[in-house]
Structures are given as structure tokens and as C-alpha cells.
Write a protein that binds this ligand. Structure first.
Ligand code: BG6
Length: 506
């Protein structure tokens, strides 16, 4: 095989200070700090060594304590094994300030930043990573602006603000967050995170589609029968009930991650690889998705909630018995949808998507099921198995192509065979960076390609809000209970109405 071709190379990023708002929280500890450590990786990583990372949160903690909690989190969650000497170099960049909720907290932040930059000889390039609840974003951005911590977009040094999903709780709160961001910042200064876009296999969707000549010719209603997207989790709500019970699977997974997978899979080829072109292509898909009408909510949507059951051989409680979940909760932990895209390429091809907690395993995949060959020759007497392309997003990343082959022998016997590419075997020795590593380095570099735009967020919420509204009407689908460890409620099977088609294991 020939050598790889590098189309875009990671550039050295300018030194900056990254302020993590909510640094004592779960996301910072499990994802952001380990990702930053990996990016530094003893100077062998992509991040400049002379940067600073400032944790800013409500919790009272000394700098030393922050470094210690960061170390235990990194030991537990880092992709690379932590080496003591590299950790010392990394820890040297870590600093902490409490007072996120104090009346003069932001003034103190400003003073602290100026001192840090002075003592470390850093330019005032600042990245504010808002790892805080969506309801706190508006206030936080306004306070940053009030104390003069947001530089103009054309200033010689950059200010970038990173907001985590979920951006809003519904359409109106998403619009309000976007309006606040727009009031104080230019779009070039805003980075909206959907960590699925940082996953190696999700980025590879574009390469698969547009670097190979065979797939694009097949990609559309002439050849594709239907598509299934499954994002399945074996975990339950865990310690996040406080957030999740007000969110649910539709808001938590479909509004962002699943629609991202869908738009990457179905968009037209962008005119170039720049962020604006890719964003335009994706938004055009959202524009073409048929909104769910209230009277169709039962035939287009299914919602479920896990009951008690067994996952990985262990008994687990029902959602309603989880700590922090309201006894009369109406939150769905599973959702399945039939999505139709009314454009030239995809008209008539159903996209079945489903996601849920407490399903049998953690596995995400996209399955493209191609149309049958005509009912002549080999397909005349009995139904042949269809061709399928399976894109395994995680874990065991890779592709599978199911095709048919003659079984060796004197008879003409036809058998399904599988062509399989597994990242682990093909790219052995090269571990994929964590999604947050990819996204953090792009923020430092100012590259928006993997970040949803304001319009994307608005359009995706419009679609989801349509479903939420339909669910609030009489005649909405019931919340069906499914046993933990099963593939979801029975209603999901009825969503796929074409004869001979059914959900496939991801
Ligand atoms: C998060 C959701 O965005 O994605 C979680 O809030 C979910 O509920 C998680 O568990 C799944 O991410 P991943 O990368 O583990 O598939």
C-alpha cells in the first residue's frame, strides 16, 4: 500500500491562557484536564509549553489542591499513561482561582489573569472554556464583558469563548444564549462544542465519502434503501440525574450528537475544506429534514425509560429508582426516530435513529443498507441478503462491508461475507486522540471546522422543539418502559415498517 497523504497538518498554536470555568466539575476533571495533559505530553504534544491553565470555579481550593485533584483525574482518565516528570511540567502550568459566584469574582479573575500573564511572559491570548450549566452562560458572558475581559475580534490578541453542549434547554433558551454570545462576541470568537465532531471516526466520515470514488456514486436514494444510526450506552444516568432528569435522551443526544452524525453522513460535498463551506453543507441538510407533525408523532417517534434489569451480568435499578430522579419523572432515557430528508438526494430514504441508556452495550454505528438487486438471476427464487456498509463509530472503530460471494464448491451457493477494516489492526500502534484533544487544539488554532455555527444550533433546536411540542399534545407516544439490558421498547420495532427490515445490532 502507498504512503499516507497529509492534507492538513497540525500547526504550532500560539501561547495562551485557558480559563476553565467550572474547573472542579465532572467534565473538567474527566475530559478537559486529561486532554490538556495529553496535548502537552512532555512537549511532544501539540500544545505550546508556555501556556497557562487557570481553573476558575465556586469551590474553595488552593492551587496545590487543584493540581492534586487534576492529577488523580488524569491518572484515572488520561489516554496516555501519566509520567511523573511530564506531570510536573504540566502541573506547573495549572493554577486555580475560586470565586466564580462571588460579586467581585470577575474583577479578581481579571487581575489574576493580568498577573499570570506578566509573571509568565504570556501574551493576553485568552480562551474561556465555559464548563458550566447552560442557564449560567448568559450571565457569565455578560460579566466577562462588564469587566473588560473580552477583546474586540480584530484586537492583536485573541479572546475565544467555548460553550459546551447542551446549548440551551429548548429553542427559546438556545436562541437567548446565541443572542448573548452575539451581543458580546463575533462568531469568529465563539466555539460551540459537540464532542462527537472530535471523534476520529466522525471526522473520517468526510474522508470516507469524499476521498474515495466509489461511495459518492452510491450515496443517495437510487441505491440506498435505508440508514440506521444507533448510539447505545450501557451506563445508566449515574451521578448526573440532576442534569439528565431535566433533559432526557432527545435533548441530550439527538439535538446534538445524532444530528451531527446524520448531517455529516448526508451533506452534499462542501465546495472546500474550510469551516464555512462545511457548515453550509450541513445546514442545508437540517433545512431539508421534514419536521415531525403532532399527528405523526406516534409513527415517527418512540420514547422509552429503562426499568430494572441486568447489564453486563449485574442487576441494575430502574431509572425511577436512581438517586436524584423525581419519582414522577416523565424523562425519556431512550428515543427512536424515523427521519426523512426532503431533498433531491435523499427523498424517500428513511433514516432510523435511536439512542438510549442501559442498553446491552456501549456501541455506536451507522448502517447504510443498500437496495436489493433486481429479482432476476440469483435473486429470482429467494431473497438474497442485502449489501450493507457499517461504520463503527465506537468502541472498536472501523468499517464493515457485507457483500455476497460464491461459496467454493461445485454447487452455486451464495453466502454473505464481510470485508472488515478495524482501526486497531490497520493502524496498530497509533492511538486516536481523544475527541477533546482534537477540539481543544482546534480552539487554540482558531479553526472552526468541527464546531457548530449559530445557525446550525438554531436549526437543530427547531427540529427538536417540534418533537417536544408534539410530545406535549394528546396522542403523543407513551413513555414505554424497557428492561435495562434490552435493546429498548417494543414500539421501536414498529417504527421500521418496511417488510423484512428491522433494527440491527450496532
Ligand atoms: C454526552 C451526554 O454529551 O455524551 C451523555 O451528555 C452521554 O449523556 C455522552 O453519555 C456520550 O458520549 P460518548 O463519547 O461516551 O459516546
Amino acid at each position: 500500500m502507498s504512503e499516507s497523504l497529509t492534507v492538513q497538518r497540525i500547526r504550532p498554536t500560539p501561547p495562551s491562557t485557558i480559563v476553565i470555568f467550572g474547573a472542579s466539575g465532572d467534565l473538567a476533571q474527566r475530559k478537559l484536564l486529561p486532554a490538556l495533559y495529553n496535548l502537552l505530553d512532555c512537549g511532544g504534544g501539540a500544545m505550546p509549553q508556555n501556556s497557562a491553565i487557570l481553573g476558575f470555579a465556586r469551590t474553595q481550593m488552593s492551587r496545590e489542591q487543584f493540581r492534586e485533584t487534576a492529577r488523580s483525574a488524569a491518572d484515572k482518565y488520561s489516554r496516555l499513561k501519566i509520567k511523573d516528570d511530564c506531570w510536573r511540567a504540566f502541573a506547573d502550568q495549572l493554577d486555580y482561582l475560586s470565586g466564580l459566584d462571588a460579586p467581585d469574582g470577575f474583577q479578581r479573575l481579571r487581575k489574576h489573569l493580568e498577573e499570570t500573564e506578566k509573571t509568565r511572559g504570556l501574551p493576553p491570548n485568552r480562551i474561556y472554556y465555559l464548563s458550566i450549566p447552560p442557564s449560567a452562560i448568559n450571565d457569565c458572558v455578560a460579566r466577562l464583558a462588564d469587566v473588560g475581559l473580552i477583546a474586540a475580534p480584530q484586537a492583536p490578541h485573541f479572546t475565544r469563548v467555548v460553550v459546551e453542549k447542551p446549548i440551551g434547554h429548548d429553542l427559546s433558551s438556545a436562541l437567548s444564549i446565541n443572542a448573548t454570545l452575539r451581543r458580546h462576541l463575533a462568531e469568529s470568537q465563539i466555539f460551540r462544542i459537540d464532542h462527537y465532531l472530535g471523534k476520529e471516526t466522525v471526522q473520517n466520515l468526510m474522508v470516507l465519502r469524499f476521498a474515495n470514488s466509489i461511495f459518492e456514486r452510491l450515496w443517495g436514494n437510487r441505491n440506498v434503501d435505508h440508514v440506521q444510526i444507533t448510539v447505545s450506552e450501557s451506563e445508566g444516568v449515574g451521578s448526573r440525574a440532576g442534569y439528565y432528569d431535566h433533559s432526557g435522551a432527545l435533548r441530550d443526544m439527538v439535538q446534538n450528537h445524532i444530528l451531527q452524525l446524520l448531517t455529516m453522513l448526508t451533506m452534499e460535498a462542501p465546495v472546500s475544506l474550510d469551516a464555512a463551506s462545511i457548515r453550509d453543507s450541513k445546514i442545508n441538510v437540517l433545512r431539508a429534514i421534514r419536521p415531525v407533525r403532532a399527528e405523526e408523532s406516534r409513527s415517527m417517534t418512540v420514547r422509552g425509560r429503562y426499568g430494572a434489569g441486568v447489564v453486563d451480568g449485574k442487576p441494575v435499578p430502574a431509572y425511577l429508582d436512581e438517586k436524584g430522579v423525581a419519582r414522577d419523572s416523565r424523562t425519556e432515557t431512550y428515543v427512536a426516530l424515523k427521519i426523512l430528508i426532503d431533498n433531491w438526494r435523499w427523498s424517500g430514504v428513511p433514516f432510523y435513529v435511536r439512542t438510549g441508556k442501559r442498553l446491552p452495550k456501549r456501541a455506536s454505528s451507522i448502517i447504510v443498507r443498500f437496495k436489493d438487486v433486481p429479482k432476476i438471476l440469483f435473486n429470482r427464487e429467494s431473497q438474497l441478503a442485502p449489501n450493507r456498509l457499517t461504520i463503527r463509530i465506537q468502541p472498536d472503530e472501523g468499517f464493515e462491508f457485507d457483500i455476497l460471494s460464491k461459496q467454493p464448491g461445485l454447487d452455486v451457493a451464495i453466502r454473505p461475507v464481510r470485508m472488515n477494516l478495524s482501526y486497531a489492526t490497520e493502524f496498530s500502534g497509533q492511538t486516536s486522540p481523544d475527541a477533546y484533544e482534537r477540539l481543544l487544539i482546534d480552539i487554540m488554532d482558531g479553526d472552526h471546522t468541527l464546531f457548530p455555527s449559530e445557525e446550525y444550533v438554531q436549526k437543530s433546536w427547531q427540529l427538536v422543539q417540534g418533537i417536544l411540542n408534539a410530545w406535549a399534545e394528546d396522542g403523543a407516544p407513551p413513555i414505554e418502559e424497557y428492561p435495562a439490558g434490552s435493546w429498548g421498547p417494543a414500539g421501536a420495532d414498529a417504527l421500521i415498517t418496511e417488510p423484512g427490515r428491522s433494527w440491527r445490532e450496532p
